[in-house]
Design a protein around this ligand. Structure first.
Ligand code: THU
Length: 139
C-alpha cells in the first residue's frame, strides 16, 4: 500500500505534545499505520515507579490491538528532550521492537523522523534481526 510518510510523521510530532514525562523529560510520539488505512497514535507515559512506563510505540500498538486491529504497515517515531529545538533520530527500544515482532512482517517500516522532511526508514528485520516471534512458539 502507499504510505503517506509525511502525514505519519506529522501525527507522531503532534502526539509528542501529549507525552507524560515528568521524570525523563524525553517526549516521544508515534503514529502507527494499520493495513486498513487507520492511523493509531501514541505517546510515552511515565510513572513514579519508573518501570511501568510505556513507550509511545507500544501505546500506539496497544490502542490498535485493543480495537481488534493486528495488521500493520509502518510506524513513524519522533522523540527528543522536551526543550529540544531540533530532534535527533529516536530508534525504538528493544521492548518495542519485540512488540512489533509479535504483529509485524519483516518488511514493516520503521520511520525515524527529525522532522516532516528529514527522516530515515528501516525495516523491522533490519532493526531486529533473528527475532523471536510467534512462529517460534506456534510453528
Ligand atoms: N521512549 C519511547 O517512548 N520510545 C522509544 O523508542 C525510546 C524511549 C520513552 C520511554 C521513556 O519515557 C523516555 O522515552 C526515556 O527513555
Amino acid at each position: 500500500m502507499d504510505i503517506n510518510v509525511e502525514e505519519l510523521i506529522r501525527q507522531a510530532l503532534e502526539m509528542r505534545k501529549m507525552s507524560y514525562t515528568p521524570y525523563s523529560h524525553f517526549n516521544v510520539g508515534a503514529a502507527l499505520l494499520a493495513a486498513n488505512g487507520t492511523i493509531y497514535t501514541g505517546c510515552n507515559i511515565e510513572n513514579a515507579s519508573l518501570t511501568p512506563t510505556n513507550c509511545a510505540e507500544r501505546t500506539a500498538f496497544f490502542k490498535a490491538v485493543s480495537e481488534g486491529v493486528r495488521d500493520f504497515e509502518a510506524i513513524a517515531i519522533a522523540g527528543g528532550p522536551d526543550n529540544a529545538t531540533e530532534l535527533d533520530y529516536c530508534p525504538p527500544c528493544g521492548v518495542c521492537r519485540q512488540v512489533m515482532s509479535e504483529f509485524c512482517r519483516d518488511d514493516f517500516k520503521i520511520i525515524m523522523a527529525k522532522s516532516v522532511t528529514e527522516y530515515k526508514i528501516v525495516t523491522l528485520s533490519e532493526n531486529l534481526p533473528d527475532r523471536f516471534g510467534p512462529k517460534d512458539l506456534l510453528g
